[in-house]
Design a protein around this ligand. Structure first.
Ligand SMILES: [Zn+2]
Ligand SMILES: [Zn+2]
Length: 133
């Protein structure tokens, strides 16, 4: 929890009990959509509205505290900003698994093209089906 509070401060986000709870929910779930966050948060903060939750999510996005992970046929999920990794996304059930890629190999193809600029992070998704037929 202390880690999350420090991260919020680092990103100059005002630390409120609600925001800490939202951040914790996203951290625990890994990848989570707005409805899932709401159903968890409302247990501790029964008066919170979906609109307030959206406002908080939008400030988190603006300050680069969380990122959106678009999922085909499902609601967008959110995750905390962390080290670059790729996603395996199931287009059927919408589940997301983290995969780490060989960053050096990615970098070597970036370096071949000098005009591209400095590499900072990658965002990469593989789409498939993790559900049995
Ligand atoms: Zn992820
Ligand atoms: Zn699946």
């Amino acid at each position: 929890m202390e880690y999350l509070i420090n991260r919020l401060k680092e990103k100059s986000l005002k630390v409120t009990p609600q925001r800490v709870a939202i951040a914790q929910t996203i951290q625990k779930s890994g990848h989570v959509d707005i409805d899932e966050i709401y159903s968890i948060i409302v247990k501790s903060f029964p008066t919170i509205s979906l609109a307030t939750l959206y406002k908080n999510i939008n400030s988190f996005l603006e300050k680069n505290f969380i990122v959106e992970v678009p999922v085909p046929n499902h609601k967008t999920k959110y995750e905390l900003v962390q080290d670059s990794h790729a996603h395996f996304i199931c287009t059927r059930c919408g589940s997301i698994k983290d995969i780490s890629l060989d960053e050096n190999r990615l970098l070597s193809s970036v370096h071949k093209d000098k005009g591209l600029g400095k590499f900072e992070r990658y965002s990469f998704s593989l789409y498939g089906n993790c559900c049995s037929e």
